[in-house]
Design a protein around this ligand. Structure first.
Ligand SMILES: CC(=O)N[C@H]1[C@@H](OP(=O)(O)OP(=O)(O)OC[C@H]2O[C@@H](n3ccc(=O)[nH]c3=O)[C@H](O)[C@@H]2O)O[C@H](CO)[C@@H](O)[C@@H]1O[C@H](C)C(=O)N[C@@H](C)C(=O)N[C@H](CCC(=O)O)C(=O)O
Ligand SMILES: Nc1ncnc2c1ncn2[C@@H]1O[C@H](COP(=O)(O)OP(=O)(O)OP(=O)(O)O)[C@@H](O)[C@H]1O
Ligand SMILES: N[C@H](CCC[C@H](N)C(=O)O)C(=O)O
Ligand SMILES: [Mg+2]
Length: 498
C-alpha cells in the first residue's frame, strides 16, 4: 500500500489549522507530484520558494518554507488550497519531519565531526563493532559500508536521503551506525532528526572557508553537533590533544554531557601513553581510567592511532565493555584511500595513497610517513576547484615543508582553470621553499608515473588528495581515475611488467 500521513502525524501545523494528506516529501520541485510535501528551503544559489508554483502545479498538497519563502510565493500560495507550514528554520523542521516520515532508525547511532578523520573514525568504529559481533555500518564520504552497503552523494546526506537510508539499514537488521557530521551538514541541520547515543570530535583546522567564511562560523557549525544534535544525555568523545579539544570538552560539560577525553593529554580517560613505529605499523600503550593496555596496529601514521582511540571511545560510549573493545584493535585494517599502501617498487620503495586535502592533513600525512621512511619522501599534491581557495598555497607550503620532492598536479579542477589552481599551490610551495625540488606536472597520471620513477631504495611516495575517489571531475564530466590503480599500473610499467 502506498505510504501516506497526515500533517499532524508528522508533527506539522499548517496555517489556519489546515490538514493535508502527504504521500511523499521532497526538497526539489522537480520531484514533486500528487500529495507531495515540498520543502522550499533557502539555498545558497536561490530560494526554493521560487519553485513553489511548479510544485503546486505538479500536485503538491503541502508546502514547508520560511517567512521569506511565503512572501516570495505569496501569489501562488493564495491561488492554491495546499497547506502552508511556515517555520523559522525550515531545514530543522524538515529534519524532524523526515525522521517521523521514515520511522525507526537503528537504535545506536554515533556521529563524528572534525576537519580531518571523520571517515577514518567512523570506519574504525564500524570495524570494532563487527569484531565484537555487532551488525554495524559506517555512513559518510565513502557511502554506507559494512554488512549492508549503499552509495551516497554527500558526506552527510540531506535529511530525506539520510532517514531513508537509516530506515533501510534498520530493515536490513543493522543495529549500529557510525556517521560523519560534515560542517555543511551541521550548518544545514541535515542530521537534526537523528537520535544520537554519542558524538566524537577529531580536530579543527582550515577547510571550507568558501562556505563558512570565517573560522568562528566554521567552528560554531561543528559545535552544533554537541550543542544542538547530541542531547544532554549523550556522551561526547573528544580528542583533547587538538588545540580546540579542551574548549570542545567544556562546551559539552556545560550542556551536561558525559565527556570521554582521548589523547596523550594528562586529563584523557582513554590515554595514549607510548607508541613505537616500525616498517608496517605501530605498537601502542594506553590506559583506560588509569588501567594499562597495549595493542598492535598494522596502520601507518600516528594520526591513525588517534583515530582508532577515538573510535574505541565511541564504541565504549555506545555501551561496549572497554576491555572487549581493546582486544579488537589489532584486527583493524586500513581505511580505503587513507594512508593506503597502493604499490611497492621492486627496490622496496613504497607508494601510499592518502585523502589529505587540507593543509593540516598534508602536513600530518607527510610527518606520519617520516618515522617509516629512511630515504627521501616525494609527494604529489594538488587542490580541488570550486572549493576554499585560501587553502591552496597553504597545501603547497605544507608539502614543501615536509617532503623532499614536491610534484604539483591536478586534483578535481571542476569548473576552474586547472593551471590557475596549480599556480596557487605552487606559490605556497615556492615560498616555503624547503623541498629539494618542486615541479609541476598537470596530468595526474603522468605526475604519478614521474613520482614513482624517482623512487630509490628507502624512498616513499605520497599521492595526496583523492584517496578512494574513482573519478576526476573536470568541468561537468567525471573522468575515470583511481590513484591506487594508477600507482600499480605505473609500477608495473616502470618495472617492465607491462
Ligand atoms: C552548499 C551546499 O551544501 N548546498 C546544498 C544545498 O543546496 P542549496 O540549498 O544551496 O541549493 P540551491 O541551488 O540554492 O537551491 C535551493 C533549493 O531549491 C531547490 N530547487 C532548485 C531547483 C529547482 O528546479 N527546484 C528546486 O526545488 C533545491 O532543491 C534547494 O533545496 O542543499 C542541497 C539539497 O539538500 C544539496 O544538494 C546542496 O549540496 C551541494 C550539491 C554540495 O555540493 N554540497 C557540498 C559542498 C557538501 O555538502 N559537502 C559536505 C562535505 C564537506 C566536507 O566535509 O568535506 C557533505 O556533507 O557532503
Ligand atoms: N586525526 C587526524 N588528524 C589529522 N589529519 C588526519 C586525521 N585523520 C585523517 N587525517 C588526514 O585527513 C585525510 C582524510 O581523512 P578522512 O577521510 O578520515 O577525513 P574526513 O574528515 O572524513 O574528510 P572529509 O571532510 O572529506 O569527509 C586523511 O587521508 C589524512 O591525510
Ligand atoms: N569533502 C571534500 C573532499 C575534497 C576532495 C578533494 N579531492 C577535492 O576535490 O577537493 C570536499 O568536497 O571539499
Ligand atoms: Mg569524510
Amino acid at each position: 500500500m502506498a505510504k501516506s500521513s497526515s500533517l499532524a502525524a508528522l508533527g506539522l501545523t499548517a496555517q489556519g489549522g489546515r490538514e493535508a494528506t502527504i504521500t511523499d516529501i521532497t526538497v526539489d520541485s522537480r520531484d514533486a507530484g500528487q500529495g507531495t510535501l515540498f520543502a522550499a528551503l533557502p539555498g545558497s544559489n536561490v530560494h526554493g520558494a521560487s519553485f513553489i508554483g511548479k510544485a503546486l502545479a505538479a500536485g503538491a498538497s503541502a508546502i514547508l518554507t520560511d517567512a521569506e519563502g511565503a512572501e516570495i510565493a505569496a501569489e501562488d500560495l493564495a491561488a492554491s488550497d495546499a497547506a502552508l507550514i511556515v517555520a523559522q528554520d525550515p531545514r530543522q523542521t524538515l529534519a524532524q519531519t523526515a525522521s517521523l516520515w521514515f520511522g525507526a532508525h537503528p537504535a545506536t547511532v554515533v556521529a563524528v565531526t572534525g576537519t580531518n578523520g571523520k571517515t577514518s573514525v567512523s570506519t574504525f568504529t564500524r570495524q570494532i563493532w563487527e569484531a565484537l559481533g555487532i551488525a554495524g555500518v559506517n555512513l559518510g564520504t565513502t557511502g554506507v559500508e559494512g554488512s549492508w552497503s549503499h552509495p551516497l552523494r554527500h558526506t552527510t546526506p540531506e535529511p530525506i536521503t539520510l532517514h531513508r537510508v537509516l530506515a533501510e539499514a534498520s530493515a536490513n537488521a543493522i543495529t549500529h551506525v557510525a556517521m560523519e557530521a560534515s560542517s555543511h551538514g551541521l550548518d544545514q541541520c541535515r542530521l537534526d532528526g537523528v537520535h544520537l547515543t554519542a558524538a566524537g570530535f577529531t580536530n579543527f583546522t582550515q577547510d571550507h572557508l568558501d562556505y563558512h567564511e570565517t573560522f568562528d562560523a566554521y567552528f560554531d557549525a561543528k559545535m552544533g553537533l554537541f550543542t544542538r544534535v547530541l542531547s544532554p544525555e549523550g556522551v561526547a568523545v573528544v580528542n583533547l590533544d587538538d588545540p580546540k579539544g579542551k574548549e570542545v570538552a567544556k562546551i559539552c560539560e556545560e550542556r551536561g554531557q558525559e565527556v570521554i577525553g582521548v589523547g596523550a593529554s594528562e586529563d584523557a580517560r582513554l590515554r595514549l601513553s607510548a607508541r613505537r613505529f616500525d616498517a608496517t605499523g605501530q605498537d601502542l600503550r594506553f590506559t583506560w581510567q588509569g588501567k594499562p593496555f597495549q595493542t598492535r596496529l598494522d596502520l601507518m601514521g600516528g594520526f591513525q592511532a588517534d583515530n582508532v582511540l577515538l573510535a574505541a571511545g565511541l564504541v565504549i560510549a555506545a555501551g561496549a565493555a572497554p576491555s572487549d573493545v581493546f582486544e579488537t584493535l589489532d584486527t583493524l585494517t586500513t581505511v580505503r584511500g587513507r594512508m593506503e599502501l597502493a604499490a611497492t617498487r621492486d627496490n622496496g620503495a613504497a607508494v601510499f595513497v592518502d585523502y589529505a586535502h587540507t593543509p593540516d592533513a598534508v602536513s600530518t600525512a607527510l610527518q606520519a610517513m617520516r618515522p617509516h621512511v629512511m630515504g627521501k619522501i616525494v609527494v604529489i599534491v594538488g587542490a580541488g576547484g570550486d572549493r576554499d581557495t585560501t587553502k591552496r598555497p597553504l597545501m603547497g607550503a605544507a608539502a614543501a615543508e615536509h617532503a623532499d620532492v614536491v610534484i604539483i598536479t591536478d586534483d578535481n579542477p571542476r569548473s576552474e582553470d586547472p593551471a590557475a589552481i596549480r599556480a596557487a599551490v605552487m606559490a605556497g610551495a615556492v615560498q616555503a621553499g624547503e623541498a629539494d625540488q618542486i615541479i609541476e606536472v598537470g596530468d595526474r597520471a603522468e605526475a604519478i608515473l614521474r613520482g614513482i620513477d624517482m623512487l630509490e631504495v628507502g624512498d616513499a611516495l605520497l599521492i595526496a588528495g583523492k584517496g578512494h575517489e574513482s573519478g576526476q571531475i573536470v568541468g561537468d564530466s567525471v573522468l575515470p581515475f583511481d590513484d591506487v590503480e594508477q600507482a600499480s599500473v605505473a609500477v608495473a610499467a616502470l618495472e617492465g611488467r607491462i
